[in-house]
Design a protein around this ligand. Structure first.
Ligand SMILES: [Zn+2]
Length: 261
């Protein structure tokens, strides 16, 4: 949905050809930003949106399984039938007339499903240009987590202050709050901006004994070696109070859903 909205914002016509315009870019987005899975299926969201009441698919006649009409066509079938999709006429023209609604819809989807650092990466990736994106923050959670970790990054110990103000330090939700978790200190991790972004994107994670894991996809030169690989297998810097330690179920969730092996 975000991909289609971003394309509309850049002037795309109403319908998208599955094979030429959806399959490869959506697979790329799912692989990078979707939950951690062995396989990704761009045909699924493309097909399933048809039951949402505002989405239209054309050229579907030949790819519906007459014996099992609920069976979803494969990517190959969608491509060979030249299936196209997009918003229905009425909704599309409404969006064209009210482009701000496109931004509002995108903001709603981003806030509902992704943590802030991933939202930024997605906005850049899709060229969305959402410059005044209002986010809901929980200042209490931030304070609790930063205090628990003594105002330093749990990975690298970064603790820059300008006078009394901490700079470049974030309170990450280990299990994303978009998955309905309360803002508990036991689900929080103080991280510098760099490790915050890498943690939310799955470039790094933690194992059950709180040792740092680095994704095999992480690459770069000297600084990456220093800021990532040198920490592999090391323990994070723990809160002073055991009561503030991360709970296992949050670490397990991050490892299963976010961390890219
Ligand atoms: Zn750090």
């Amino acid at each position: 949905m975000l991909y289609v909205l971003s394309q509309y914002k850049q002037g795309h016509k109403r319908l998208f050809d599955y094979e030429a315009e959806i399959e490869a870019p959506l697979l790329d987005l799912l692989t990078r930003f979707g939950p951690q899975r062995t396989h990704y299926y761009p045909n699924m969201p493309f097909w399933r949106l048809k039951s949402d009441g505002f989405w239209q698919l054309i050229n579907t006649e030949n790819c519906i399984n007459l014996e099992k009409p609920s069976k979803e066509p494969t990517s190959k079938q969608l491509a060979s039938c030249q299936v196209c999709d997009g918003f229905d006429e009425q909704t599309y023209h409404y969006l064209k007339k009210h482009p701000l609604i496109i931004d509002q819809l995108a903001e709603q989807i981003l806030s509902q499903y992704f943590p802030e650092s991933v939202q930024d990466n997605l906005i850049n990736q899709l060229d969305f240009g959402l410059t005044e994106f209002n986010r809901q923050r929980d200042p209490k959670f931030r304070q609790l987590v930063l205090r628990a970790y003594n105002y330093q990054c749990a990975i690298c110990g970064f603790d820059l202050r300008h006078d009394a103000i901490a700079i470049g330090l974030e309170a990450a939700h280990v299990k994303w709050k978009q998955h309905g978790e309360p803002c508990l200190v036991n689900n929080g991790l103080a991280l510098c901006s760099l490790h915050y972004s890498a943690f939310d994107m799955g470039a790094m994670g933690l194992d059950s004994s709180l040792k740092i894991k680095i994704s095999n996809g992480v690459n770069g030169h000297q600084m990456v070696e220093k800021l990532f690989w040198d920490f592999e297998g090391k323990n994070i810097l723990l809160p002073r109070s055991k009561e503030d330690y991360l709970h296992d179920r949050f670490i397990e969730w991050h490892l299963r859903e976010v961390f890219r092996k």
